[in-house]
Ligand binder design. Structure first.
Ligand code: PEP
Ligand code: MN
Length: 359
């Protein structure tokens, strides 16, 4: 099922400060966001999960009446981050019925299950951020838990993953993980949080545009009336002016036209299909060869992994790939996967030969 927003090709936008800091700050932010155009929801963190103690942990429940006032004055629904059923019931007491589940909570099935039970159905929207580690099943599972308890207004939010490779961003976007999630979950809106991916305001726009190019349904953005004074995530928050400037310059793009209008692309896609078939044939031939080497090693009781060979292969392939104009990080990732599968295959054959259990 496609959401109406996608069909209308206007992004679904949630915006607001990282944290609710004072009544003046949230009201000013909301006023500027509502005055400048239309957003679907206003966000503000009340309980802030901090990786280490000692940071700003949010104002807590005292901030809820400020947000209730935002809802009354500006007729925009507010969402807050919740991690426990107690957060949910405190927010409900202030008529806040939309919630997001943060990256640290979405990786905990007990916490997600408790939230899915505590949040009443049919009242507001639920946004589930990706877990910190790129575990697709954990993210899918968190959303499924809400669906199992009858929640239907569900969105997945890509906020990036803890980076394991050098990146200009605070968190690695890993777009393919989000696109894989989309193909698994029908009827779930897919949003991008460019603020937590970027970690700095001047990179937010590019990431937001990239998300829309990849058919994300909308954005979850941090906006602060005066980012330099923000008590959390100061570097990545946009001013309301910068936010509206970004909104005015984002383009949604159109979805693929009907076959008759896309003859050129259809032919190019046929070429891609042929090339992919060759890629798969090559991989199958590679694995057959890997198996022969595996048998040879196994007969001589030689270990599968040969560090010197692996380093030489990677050196050679990344150099050759550079001549072909392929990115080094891509080639490294690709061959880590191919090499990992080769080792698994050799391991299986060795266990088969010695009669040991395969894992
Ligand atoms: C936030 O949105 O302010 C937040 C804490 O998000 P995340 O869980 O993605 O770090
Ligand atoms: Mn934040």
């Amino acid at each position: 099922m496609q959401h109406a927003d996608t069909l209308l090709q206007t992004p679904y936008v949630v915006a607001g400060p990282c944290s609710a800091e004072s009544p003046e700050q949230v009201l000013r932010c909301a006023e500027e966001l509502v005055r400048g155009g239309s957003i679907q929801l206003f966000r503000a963190g009340v309980w802030k999960p901090r990786t280490r103690p000692g940071g700003f942990e949010g104002r807590g429940a005292v901030a809820l009446p400020w947000l209730a006032q935002v809802q009354r004055l500006y007729a925009v629904p507010v969402c807050v981050e919740v991690a426990t059923p107690e957060h949910v019931s405190l927010a409900l007491e202030h008529s806040i019925t939309s919630f997001w589940v943060g990256a640290r909570t979405s990786s905990d099935p007990f916490a997600v299950e408790a939230l899915a039970r505590a949040i009443p159905t049919g009242q507001g929207a639920i946004f589930v951020k990706n877990p910190i580690s790129p575990d697709l099943e954990l993210w899918v599972g968190a959303i499924e838990r809400f669906a199992c308890h009858g929640h239907t207004e569900l969105s997945a939010v890509l906020r990036g993953f803890y980076p394991t490779e050098p990146t200009p961003y605070r968190n690695a976007p890993l777009w393919d993980v989000a696109l894989a999630l989309r193909s698994r979950l029908d009827g779930v809106r897919l949003l991008c949080d460019p603020s937590h991916i970027a970690g700095q305001a001047d990179l937010v726009g590019d990431i937001a545009q990239r998300a829309l190019d990849l058919s994300f349904d909308g954005l979850f953005v941090e906006v602060h009336p005066d980012p330099s004074l923000a008590l959390s995530d100061a570097q990545q928050q946009l001013t309301p002016q910068a936010f509206w400037h970004l909104m005015a310059h984002l383009h949604m793009g159109r979805s693929m036209p009907l076959a008759a209008d896309a003859e050129e692309v259809i032919q190019l896609r046929e070429t891609i299909d042929r090339l992919d078939a060759r890629l798969l044939d090559t991989l199958a031939a590679r694995m057959e060869t890997v198996a022969k080497i595996g048998d040879w090693k196994s007969q001589r009781n030689i270990r599968s992994f040969d560090g010197a060979r692996w380093r030489a292969l990677l050196r050679h392939h990344t150099r050759y790939a550079a001549q072909l104009g392929l990115r080094e990080t891509f080639v490294r990732r690709l061959f880590s996967l191919v090499h990992g599968e080769s080792l698994r295959l050799q391991g299986d054959r060795r266990r088969g030969a010695t009669g040991a259990e395969a894992d």
